[in-house]
Design a protein around this ligand. Structure first.
Ligand SMILES: *Cc1c(COP(=O)(O)O)cnc(C)c1O
Length: 378
């Protein structure tokens, strides 16, 4: 018998076929003009993405992490400031406030959608105010796995508390909340073009979105070493944080098939929901939203069962992975920075969650195979 088809968790190569001629054309154009830093493709991409998201400004940045960093630098976030963020996210969300000397305050998540829990955010802001040691300054809300956080509730809280709101939309560009594309729901929105994100480049890349002209001007300055109106006028301390022209060219080519790729992801997610819902806990949808399905994660009964499922999937040549095996307050680098109450939902979800293959190459028979593996183990 032939070995079963290998089904990877992500498949960047298979997606290339859909836009290969446009990719060649775009790369050739860059190789011809050789403006590798802030070439015309960067401005073209910024315009396209601003239009796509409905945001007034888009600024191309070297990575999603640098986009988060620049957004906090522009607000002057630093020592003595509390920055609230979910414990259940990628490390980049929390490393940025620490790099600036600020203190991350971890917030628990909703057990159904895995997004930051607004009620717990309220409690933790009150606790920080009560303790009187740190000044509540900013919220980094994360749109996890391709879905938006509850920006209606988060927006009310940041307005009432006077916080700067930063949307870590690294995984979720293209998703909508109450019929609005992400990019306009917070004071600033950071996106990542890491290759496995739904809009992925072929290297590191990112972008910042904002409605504010002043913030946009600051972001442009900070991404180029704090330059002023001329290149060698240094107004402030910045970083080398520009998006490469070559990455902008790749992304412009990829955008031609972006809507079709998102539609395919939605079809796959629905197929998973239909075929797996009796077997495992499938992901709940955030109300009034659409997802770009960066990651499709299910919940298994416990971590031992999850290990057995992963072994069986690997034997069937099916990729899977755990996002995230430990919430951030359990990581050695962050444990010392967490002295608030427990984060029981983050702990419980980290112990049971498992991501399954999600890319336009996943087909119904693949999902039937995954269902078979699950039935055999559970
Ligand atoms: C990928 C990711 C980032 C960082 O993006 P990079 O482009 O890799 O720097 C930040 N936050 C979250 C939630 C992410 O998934």
């Amino acid at each position: 018998m032939d070995a079963p088809r290998r089904l990877p968790l992500f498949d960047i190569k298979a997606e290339q076929a859909g836009f290969a001629p446009e990719l060649r054309r775009r790369l050739d154009a860059v190789l011809a003009h050789c403006q590798f830093i802030l070439g015309p493709e960067v401005a073209e991409l910024e315009e396209r993405l601003a239009a796509l998201s409905g945001a007034r400004h888009c600024i191309g940045i070297s990575s999603g992490t640098d986009a988060l960093l620049i957004a906090l630098m522009a607000e002057g976030v630093g020592k003595g400031d509390a920055v609230f963020l979910p414990a259940f996210t990628y490390t980049a969300t929390a490393e940025v406030p620490l790099l600036l000397g600020a203190t991350p305050v971890f917030v628990d998540i909703d057990p159904r959608t895995f997004q930051i829990d607004p009620a717990d955010l309220r409690r933790r802001i009150a606790a920080v105010r009560m303790a009187g040691k740190l000044l509540p300054r900013a919220l980094i809300g994360v749109d996890l796995f391709g879905q938006p956080a509850d920006w209606a509730s988060l927006g009310e809280i940041v307005r009432a508390e006077g916080l700067f709101s930063l949307d870590d939309c690294a995984q979720s560009f293209g998703a909508t909340f109450r019929n609005r594309r992400l990019g306009t729901l917070a004071d600033a929105t950071a996106v990542s073009f890491f290759p496995t994100k739904p809009l992925g480049g072929y290297g590191d890349g990112g972008a910042l979105f904002t409605e504010s002209d002043d913030r946009a001007a600051l972001y442009r300055s900070l991404r180029s070493h704090g330059e002023g109106t001329t290149r060698y006028e240094v107004l402030r301390i910045g970083i080398n944080g520009r998006l490469d022209t070559l990455q902008a060219a790749v992304l412009l080519a990829k955008l031609t098939g972006f809507d079709a790729a998102l539609a395919a992801r939605e079809r796959i997610a629905r197929c998973y929901d239909r075929l797996l819902s009796g077997l495992v806990k499938t992901p709940a949808r955030v109300p009034d939203s659409t997802s770009v399905w960066a990651i499709y994660s299910v919940l298994l009964p416990d971590s031992e069962t999850r290990t057995r499922v992963q072994v069986a999937l690997t034997a069937a040549r099916i990729g899977s992975n755990i996002y995230y095996p430990r919430p951030l307050h359990r990581q050695p680098a962050y444990a010392a920075h967490h002295d608030g109450p427990d984060l029981p939902v983050s702990d419980a979800v980290a112990a049971r969650i498992l991501a399954l293959p999600m890319h336009p190459g996943v087909e119904e028979p693949d999902i039937e195979r995954i269902a078979e593996v699950l039935r055999a183990v559970l």
